[in-house]
Design a protein around this ligand. Structure first.
Ligand code: B12
Ligand code: SF4
Ligand code: SF4
Length: 342
């Protein structure tokens, strides 16, 4: 390994990244086939931005032709608790582990910038940093650099970290020795496909995002299709089921970034408290959290679906006033919830 690369790995460790690998963007195998199939089947639903700058998403060399290397970083957020426990308590809210503390985009971007500044001082060149913020094929690049492989649930799985990690990348004009790509280690396992509450995988390695609870609770605007509402259960922001059952998590170690550790009060909050949040209270409660980006209206809509699914009469009193909320999706969700409670 070159001196620069071993120093880079040490520096990334100092910044509490959990794994650092490198790939050459020119060598990324084409992902156009499955990517265009996904779009043509409309599996992206309302995420029309996935088809913007499609040529960048398919080929990072077009995004930045001068880039010689991409440094791929994994940031673990492995939970110390079982995130599926909360599903047994219908009057509590299940918030995806990734959203139980600070917004990872902000935390990781800052660290990527710091690492990129160090690289420029050390080796010169130019850099661009990304974390889920640009049309970059993060999972395919991560697989090529050897961070992990795209499992049947479509996320990267690592032999060292399991699947609880975010991906960040630094594109650079500096040439750095690439790592070997990772290969598929799913074998005959089907656990993630079988656990999915909404059958969101038409086939292994392919997701129909329109059925995924993560999409429905975070990305989807307006009322959710009636048939899917009961399958959402008490998940009010994201979903972790397919990640939680992956057997490779037995190798997951606690993440080293403390700002991503779950906040105690977000592990199992009461639906009753959340449904009554007005805009101001919502913003205060979720300041600095990724949850803030969906806004109060979509959030309360989700909580109302969870309340409907709880079948607990005690919620009637807090739901009734929301049938007159200015937001249409909230009025619709409140009316639906009352029908379920009846
Ligand atoms: C759009 C998006 C979503 C959408 C769509 C999900 C998806 N699987 O694409 C929704 C809103 C549903 C979503 C949900 C989640 N997301 Co998201 N999401 C993204 C985003 C912005 C783009 C991904 C993308 O391009 N999708 C388009 C489709 C076509 O891609 P794909 O499913 O990966 O398709 C590939 C495979 O199907 C493969 N393929 C097809 N056939 C075959 C056959 C074989 C044999 C093989 C090997 C491969 C293969 O080729 C396709 C093209 O590469 C990325 C960030 C980024 N810029 O990459 C984060 C990202 C993928 N999400 C992330 C996370 C954490 C999540 C959630 C876990 C959050 C949560 N707990 O709620 C869930 C997981 C749900 C799931 N099972 O995927 C992380 C994943 C980290 C990791 N370890 O992989 C990312 C990378 C963000 C980040 N920077 O950390 N997400
Ligand atoms: S996140 Fe949940 S709903 Fe989405 S694919 Fe995974 S198990 Fe299914
Ligand atoms: S649960 Fe099984 S099939 Fe799914 S990603 Fe993990 S190893 Fe692969």
């Amino acid at each position: 390994m070159t001196d620069l690369k071993s120093k880079l790995i040490d520096r990334a460790k100092d910044l509490s990244f959990d794994l650092t690998k490198v790939c050459n963007p020119s060598e990324l195998p084409s992902i156009s086939g499955p990517f265009r199939e996904f779009l043509s089947l409309n599996y992206h639903g309302q995420m029309t931005w996935l088809s913007d700058r499609i040529e960048w998403r398919e080929n990072p060399k077009i995004l930045w032709p001068e880039a010689k290397s991409v440094i791929m970083l994994a940031q673990s957020y492995a939970p110390a608790h079982n995130p599926m426990d909360v599903l047994k308590y219908p009057d509590k809210a299940a918030i995806s582990v990734y959203a139980q503390n600070k917004d990872y985009h902000v935390v990781i971007k800052k660290k990527l910038k710091s690492l990129a500044r160090w690289l420029i001082e050390e080796a010169g060149g130019e850099v661009k940093v990304f974390v889920d913020t640009a049309p970059v094929p993060e999972k395919p690049l991560g697989q090529m650099a050897g961070l992990g492989w795209q499992g049947k649930h479509t996320n990267l799985v690592s032999r060292d970290l399991g699947n609880w990690f975010f991906i960040g990348s630094i594109f650079t004009t500096v040439e750095i020795e690439p790592d070997d790509p990772e290969v598929d280690h799913c074998g005959s396992c089907q656990s993630c496909i079988e656990i999915c509450p909404t059958d969101a995988f038409p086939k292994p390695y392919q997701i129909d995002a329109r059925r995924c609870i993560s999409y429905l609770t975070i990305e989807h605007r307006g009322p959710v299709e009636i048939d899917l509402r009961s399958k959402i259960g008490n998940r009010i922001y994201g979903c972790d089921d397919c990640l939680a059952v992956c057997p490779w998590n037995k190798f997951a170690k606690a993440g080293s970034e403390t700002r991503l550790y779950a906040r105690e009060e977000l592990k199992m909050p009461d639906l009753k408290e959340l449904v009554s949040l007005d805009d101001r209270a919502f913003r205060d409660k979720f300041s600095g959290s990724p949850i803030k980006r969906i806004g109060r209206d979509r959030f309360v809509r989700n909580v109302l679906y969870a309340i409907g699914n709880s079948r607990k009469q005690k919620f009637k009193k807090v739901v009734t006033p929301l049938t007159k909320d200015p937001d249409f999706a909230i009025r619709d969700a409140a009316t639906w919830a009352l029908t379920q409670l009846a």
